[in-house]
Design a protein. Structure first.
Length: 616
C-alpha cells in the first residue's frame, strides 16, 4: 500500500496503480488523500512549535495508551486529554500550555485531533466487554495445562480432524437486538419494532468438528412439556426438549450426548475427541460412563478461557447472532404480532446455514490452536491482561560466608559446595527451600561474615541506614505510570466456597471416580431428614417446664411474649378446629326436638316470621 501511494504521488493514475497492485481503488484513494493532508500540515510554518510535548514525550504517551489497551483498561478520549494535562504539569521544567488547559484541567480537542494524526499507531476502537474473571484467568499456566491435556489425549489415539469436536450452548431470545437502519440525518431518536418488551430465552446446544461439519442443533425450551410444533422449521435433524428453567442441566445434557453419539456414529473402533467447558451439567457420572462406553474422550477447557480457546466462541457464534437478529427484524415487519417460542426454531433455521459454514468453523479451530495443533499460538501480548494478578517473587536470602576451622573438616565439603553455588549464582535459597542438616554446622565451629548477610525485616520494622539506602539527590524522572498507575490485584483471600475448577480429561478413571463420589455425597445429603422445629401453644403454662429430653431431640421454639392490650384482658389464641363445636346445617328453629331439644315450630310461628320479613 505504501509503494502504491508513492507511485500515485509520483504521477501515476489511481486506477492503473490499483489494478497493477491488486488492491481496492477506493482504499488507495483514501490513503493518498490522507498522505497529502499530512504533507500539507507538516509543511505549514511553525507547526512543530505548536506541539506541547516533544517527540520522545509523545512516544511515551503513545506507548502508555497502547499498554493500557492491552491490559483491557483502555483510555477514552476524555481520559486521554486529562492525562495529557497531568503529564504536562508534572514534567520538569513545566510545559507551556494554553490557558484553556488550566481552566478545564484537561487538554483540548484540537490537541487530541493533531496527536491522533501524528500517531498512526493509534485509532479509536469500540472495545469488547470482557469480565475481570476472563481477563485474569487467561494466563500462561492455565493455557499450558490445557494444551498439555490435548497433547496427552492425541498421543493415546491418533484422532483425525473429522473426529475432533467442540460443543457449547448459546441463548436466543424472542426480543432481538435491532440492526442498523437508514433514517433521516440528524434524527434524535430512531426506533425499530421488537417482538415484545421482555423476551424468553431458549438454549441452543451446537457442536462442530475440525473439518467444518456440524451436528444438528439441540433446543431446550423453558416449558414443562414439549410439543413438536416448537421445532417447526428448524434445521434438519434437530431435536428439542423441555426444561422448566430453560437451561442445560445433567438430564438434558445426557439426552444431548445420545443425540451426539447417534449422529457421529462413534464407538470403540471410531473414537472421537470432544472439547467442552467445565459447566456443572457436563460432568455427571452417568454422562461420563456413556461417553466412555461409546468411545468419546472428553477434555474440558480452563474456566473463563472460552473466549480464546473455544472455536465456537471465536468465529461461529458471533455471525450466528447477527444473522439471527437480522432474521428477527424481517419477521417482526412481516408479522404484526408478538413473537413466541414456537417461532424461534424457524428463525434459527434461517440463520444456522449462513453462520455454520466450513470456513467459519475451520478458522475457529485454527485460531484457538486445536487443529492444526499449535500450543504456541498465543504470544506474550495475549497474556498481558493477566499480569495484574502477578505476585512478587519471594525474597532471596543470601548464604552467610562460613569459615571452617580445623575441627570442622567433616562439614567443610558440604558447606563449601553451598558457598560455591551461591557465589556463582547457580542456586539460591528461597522461603520454600531449606538447607540440609549436614550443611548446617554448629555455632562453635563457624564464623559468620556479617558483611555478606542479607538482613530481611518485616514491613513494620525500621531499616538500618546504610550508604546504599540513601536516596540520590536528584529526583526520579516523571513517568506516566506514576501519574496514572495500572491496576494491580491485591492479595488473594481464601474464603472457601466452591472448589476451583481446571482443565481435565473427564473420561479418565480418577476423574470419573471423583465425580461418582461427589454425586453419592449429594444424594446422601439430600436423603437426610430435615430437622423440623416443634411449635407448642403459647398460652399454656407447661411450655417452660418441658425439658429437652421430652422433645425427642428436636429444637423447641420458644414462645413469644403475649401482647397485652388491656390490663384486665389478654389475647388468646383461637381453639383448634378439632376442639370446636360442630354447628348444625339447619337453623335451630327448623330442626326437630330430638336434635335441638326444642319444640317444632307451629303455624303461628311461621306466620309471625313471614309477617316480620314482609314488614322489614
Amino acid at each position: 500500500m505504501r509503494s502504491a501511494v508513492e507511485e500515485v504521488l509520483g504521477g501515476k493514475g489511481v486506477n492503473t496503480v490499483a489494478r497493477d497492485k491488486g488492491i481496492d481503488r477506493m482504499t488507495l484513494k483514501r490513503y493518498v488523500r490522507k498522505m497529502r493532508q499530512d504533507k500539507s500540515t507538516v509543511c505549514k510554518p511553525n507547526y512543530v512549535t505548536k506541539q506541547v510535548f516533544t517527540i520522545p514525550e509523545e512516544n511515551n504517551l503513545s506507548e502508555y495508551i497502547l499498554q493500557a489497551s492491552r491490559l483491557h483498561c483502555g483510555l477514552s478520549t476524555k481520559t486521554t486529554r486529562k492525562l495529557a494535562y497531568q503529564y504536562a504539569v508534572a514534567i520538569r521544567p513545566p510545559k507551556k500550555i494554553p490557558e484553556s488547559w488550566s481552566k478545564n484541567l484537561s487538554a483540548g480537542k484540537d490537541w487530541l485531533k493533531d496527536f491522533m494524526r501524528r500517531r498512526s499507531e493509534l485509532a479509536l476502537r469500540t472495545p469488547e466487554a470482557t469480565s475481570m474473571a476472563r481477563a485474569t484467568a487467561f494466563n500462561k499456566q492455565t493455557v499450558l495445562e490445557f494444551f498439555t491435556n490435548v497433547r496427552d489425549v492425541r498421543s493415546r489415539y491418533p484422532y483425525s480432524p473429522q473426529n475432533i469436536y467442540n460443543v457449547d450452548e448459546t441463548g436466543v431470545t424472542t426480543v432481538q437486538r435491532p440492526c442498523q437502519v437508514l433514517a433521516a440525518k440528524g434524527a434524535k431518536q430512531v426506533g425499530h419494532r421488537t417482538g415484545a418488551e421482555r423476551g424468553t430465552l431458549i438454549t441452543v446446544c451446537c457442536c462442530v468438528n475440525a473439518i467444518g461439519n456440524s451436528v444438528p442443533p439441540f433446543f431446550i425450551f423453558p416449558r414443562v412439556r414439549f410439543s413438536d410444533r416448537m421445532i417447526s422449521g428448524c434445521p434438519p435433524g434437530s431435536v428439542g426438549v423441555a426444561s422448566p428453567s430453560g437451561w442445560m442441566n445433567a438430564e438434558t445434557f445426557l439426552q444431548w450426548m445420545k443425540h451426539f453419539i447417534n449422529h457421529t456414529r462413534c464407538g470403540v473402533d471410531n473414537k472421537v475427541l470432544l472439547i467442552l467447558d467445565n459447566h456443572e451439567s457436563h460432568v455427571s457420572y452417568e454422562c461420563l460412563e456413556l461417553a466412555k462406553r461409546s468411545g468419546v474422550m472428553m477434555v474440558t477447557l480452563p474456566p473463563h478461557c472460552s473466549h480464546k480457546l473455544q472455536p465456537l466462541d471465536r468465529t461461529v457464534f458471533g455471525p450466528f447472532k447477527r444473522y439471527y437478529n437480522s432474521a428477527c427484524d424481517d419477521w417482526v415487519v412481516e408479522n404484526p404480532r408478538p413473537m413466541q417460542i414456537t417461532d424461534v426454531a424457524a428463525l434459527v433455521g434461517r440463520a444456522y446455514p449462513l453462520a455454520f459454514t466450513p470456513s467459519n468453523i475451520t478458522s475457529g479451530f485454527a485460531v484457538s490452536g486445536i487443529e492444526p495443533f499449535n500450543a504456541d499460538i498465543f504470544q506474550d501480548d495475549d497474556f498481558i491482561a493477566a499480569s495484574v494478578t502477578d505476585r512478587p517473587e519471594p525474597a532471596v536470602t543470601a548464604l552467610p560466608t562460613i569459615v571452617a576451622t580445623s575441627e570442622s573438616t567433616g562439614n567443610l565439603s558440604s558447606s563449601g559446595v553451598h558457598n560455591a553455588a551461591a557465589a556463582n549464582g547457580s542456586s539460591s535459597l528461597t522461603s520454600h527451600s531449606r538447607p540440609t542438616e549436614n550443611a548446617t554446622p554448629s555455632t562453635s565451629n563457624v564464623t559468620v561474615n556479617s558483611s555478606s548477610v542479607a538482613v530481611h525485616q518485616s514491613p513494620g520494622q525500621a531499616t538500618p541506614s546504610t550508604p546504599t539506602d540513601i536516596e540520590p539527590s536528584h529526583s526520579s524522572p516523571i513517568t506516566l505510570e506514576k501519574i496514572r498507575p495500572f491496576p494491580k490485584a491485591g492479595a488473594r483471600k481464601s474464603t472457601g466456597g466452591r472448589k476451583r475448577q481446571k482443565t481435565r480429561i473427564l473420561t479418565d478413571t480418577p476423574v470419573r471416580d471423583e465425580m461418582l463420589a461427589i454425586q453419592e455425597a449429594r444424594k446422601k445429603k439430600s436423603a437426610m431428614p430435615c430437622k423440623k422445629k416443634l411449635c407448642l401453644p403459647r398460652n399454656t403454662a407447661e411450655n417452660s417446664s418441658i425439658s429437652s429430653t421430652q422433645s425427642s431431640g428436636r429444637a423447641i421454639k420458644k414462645p413469644r411474649k403475649q401482647k397485652i392490650t388491656d390490663s384486665r384482658q389478654t389475647l388468646r389464641r383461637p381453639k383448634p378446629v378439632c376442639e370446636r363445636t360442630v354447628l348444625p346445617r339447619k337453623p335451630l328453629w327448623m330442626t326437630s326436638d330430638k336434635q335441638s331439644g326444642r319444640p317444632k315450630p307451629t303455624a303461628l310461628h311461621l306466620h309471625a316470621c313471614i309477617t316480620l320479613s314482609v314488614c322489614l
